[in-house]
Design a binder for this molecule. Structure first.
Ligand code: NJP
Length: 237
């Protein structure tokens, strides 16, 4: 309660579910999304009676925009307790079909976006000697799949970044963990949420619960990683 959380990728899917569940826990929220959809999430939360919510139409890959967002969050809410790096994009195609532009963009959002978000909140969290940084990575940050070399590479990168960061910032009382889901029914990779084929997949709410668990662990406890899969998904593939 009364904690302040920044959630990236809050326009839809997992990030939107995280926003609703953290709001129910009493958190004040800064919502980040690159499209106007982020204002829709803000509107829906306010309609449900959660008034401490502010949306920012910001690209996580843009350092200037992200720094400005963090400054405004501190002005508005006074502190930042939780950063949820959830924004991410995905596409699945063979390496030969992947363009350099697609490669650069997926790394810019999925990897550089995490780095930029972390860098923006670290001075404040270090000063307060407190903070929780949770990154929604993926089960493919743990093992490889065919037709997803670029996406898989970004999630391996995120895994390495978070692991090293966790060791670096422990001494400041800052906790860093990853949540690594299997198939989740969202709009990911240009898909549609709620279609019958994805009935047995994880729901965005399942992943959000893991975020709440990680964020609300007692201060002396670090949950390094949560891996979760739909029962129908063989793991590892
Ligand atoms: O996907 P989707 P998910 N700057 O497409 C935002 C990981 N994951 O919820 O920018 C800021 O429904 C976008 O908003 P907008 C996955 O890798 C998923 O499934 O306004 N925000 C939207 O809110 C990712 O890291 C599965 O269009 C940006 C959100 O990101 C995370 O889960 C499996 C942005 C994407 O919502 C959430 O993805 C797995 C930018 N540049 C890991 N670009 C799965 N679904 O199966 C996008 O292992 N967003």
């Amino acid at each position: 309660t009364n904690q302040v959380a920044i959630i990236t990728g809050a326009s839809r899917g997992i990030g939107k579910a995280i926003a609703f569940q953290l709001a129910e826990q009493g958190a004040k929220l800064a919502l980040v999304g690159s499209s106007e959809g982020v204002y829709e999430t803000e509107k829906e939360l306010k309609e449900k009676g959660f008034s401490y919510v502010k949306a920012f139409q910001v690209d996580v890959a843009n350092e200037q925009q992200m720094q400005k967002m963090v400054t405004e969050v501190l002005e508005e809410f006074g502190q930042i307790d939780i950063l949820v790096n959830n924004a991410g994009i995905g596409f699945f195609k063979e390496v030969e079909e992947t363009t350099v532009e697609e490669w650069e963009r997926i790394f810019a959002v999925n990897v550089q976006g995490v780095f930029i978000g972390v860098k923006a909140v670290l001075p404040h969290m270090k000063e307060r000697k407190s903070g929780t940084i949770i990154t929604i990575s993926s089960d493919v940050g743990r093992y490889t799949i065919p037709n997803g070399a670029a996406y898989t590479a970004t999630k391996y990168a995120v895994q390495g970044f978070s692991g090293s960061l966790a060791q670096e910032v422990r001494k400041y009382g800052i906790r860093v963990g990853t949540i690594n889901p299997g198939m989740v029914d969202t709009y990911f990779a240009n898909s549609v949420q709620g279609v019958p084929e994805k009935r047995d997949w994880l729901k965005a709410e399942d992943v959000a619960k893991a975020v709440v668990y990680m964020a609300s662990a007692p201060k002396h406890m670090l949950i390094d990683e949560i891996v979760l899969h739909p029962l129908i998904q063989q793991y590892p593939i």
